[in-house]
Write a protein that binds this ligand. Structure first.
Ligand SMILES: *[C@@H]1O[C@H](CO)[C@@H](O)[C@H](O)[C@H]1NC(C)=O
Ligand SMILES: *[C@@H]1O[C@H](CO)[C@@H](O)[C@H](O)[C@H]1NC(C)=O
Length: 322
């Protein structure tokens, strides 16, 4: 009993001192930042993954992108088996070969990644194999006037814990789960409050709002969304549903953007959604681009042919009201 108490206290101390690690990524000299967003992709090029990759290369060139963001489910069906899993080569290095895509990739983990060896995807060994690769559970990328908050959403989802017979998950580093989640939320809230970036973008694998196959993720609606709303974030970007989608919140400024069309798509199971919130839904493969300057943010969605399917923009005053 005494040992247990000591253990719990030690863990509390460790967790309460945790802060999200932050990495700097300088914007362009001209004060702009451009990037692509892709999700749910690693299938050895199958299901149009290679076609999407080709068009990303074209658009990446046009926009002269700074980096690529992956919204997770990086390797199907069961993540990576280990650091020497050849899927890393066949689903990533050998697929995204265009010169414009030879940039930093900021990745998060999806639920399929948790079905493999998670620590392999987090390992610096992969970054040595392909120096574009960066993956961590939750972290910050600070691009001065834009700040990105990457959130590990898989541990939030109850059914992965309550129906473990369905799949095997690698929960090393996650337990005790309640501590993991509450400390992550606390750290995220603190980091968002401290941020004085003009634009705040949050990235996770799971949906918050979605008319797609999985729909809303209730655990994130209940626990993550209130923090995002309280801190006036601009965009929440996710994958998980294998579609392209833009939902505008009526209660806040948040835009919910799904970019989960990196490979297998055409699920055909879209639900009805309030038309005043649903700006765009596409059931097929594709990806998203974001171009942002201090006063304006532009997004666009593309299909496998590189056609622009949907565009949206918003602006802010030059001088911050801080
Ligand atoms: C690949 O994309 C084309 C064009 O959208 C589509 O017709 C086709 O069904 C896709 N293939 C797969 C396997 O999803
Ligand atoms: C922003 O969107 C408006 C329509 O909502 C459009 O008229 C304008 O051209 C767009 N601006 C850019 C830079 O795309």
């Amino acid at each position: 009993m005494r040992l247990l108490v000591v253990l719990i206290i030690t863990q509390c101390l460790v967790y309460s001192s945790a802060v999200l690690q932050s990495f700097d990524h300088a914007p362009n000299q001209d004060g702009s930042l451009s990037f692509l967003v892709i999700g749910d992709w690693g299938r050895n090029g199958a299901y149009n993954q290679s076609q999407v990759a080709f068009q990303m290369g074209v658009v990446g060139e046009q926009l002269d992108i700074d980096f690529v963001i992956s919204t997770g489910d990086n390797f199907y069906d069961n993540g990576l088996k280990g650091i020497d899993d050849s899927s890393f080569h066949h689903s990533f290095t050998k697929i995204y070969t265009a010169p414009s895509l030879q940039k930093q990739w900021y990745n998060v983990l999806g639920n399929h990644d948790y079905r493999g060896d998670v620590e392999a995807q987090l390992s610096p060994v992969l970054s040595n194999l392909d120096n574009r690769w960066f993956c961590s559970r939750s972290y910050i990328v600070n691009a001065e006037f834009v700040e990105f908050f990457f959130v590990d959403t898989t541990p939030f989802v109850d059914k992965y814990f309550t129906q473990p017979e369905d799949h095997v998950y690698d929960w090393r580093g996650i337990r005790p789960r309640n501590h993991y989640i509450s400390n992550l939320l606390k750290d995220l809230d603190m980091s968002l409050k401290q941020s004085n970036a003009k634009w705040k973008i949050v990235v996770g694998h799971h949906t918050i709002r979605s008319a797609g196959h999985h729909g809303d993720t209730e655990e994130l609606v209940n626990h993550l969304l209130p923090i995002l709303e309280a801190n006036n974030i601009d965009l929440y970007m996710n994958g998980h549903d294998h579609c392209l989608q833009h939902i505008s919140s009526l209660n806040s400024e948040i835009q919910f953007l799904t970019s989960g069309g990196g490979s297998k798509s055409w699920g055909g199971d879209v639900s009805w959604w309030k038309p005043e919130e649903m700006k765009f839904y596409y059931d097929g493969q594709g990806f998203m681009s974001v171009h942002v300057i201090e006063t304006e943010l532009n997004i666009a969605f593309y299909d496998v042919f590189g056609n622009v399917l949907h565009k949206w923009n918003t602006s802010k005053q030059l001088h911050s009201t801080l």
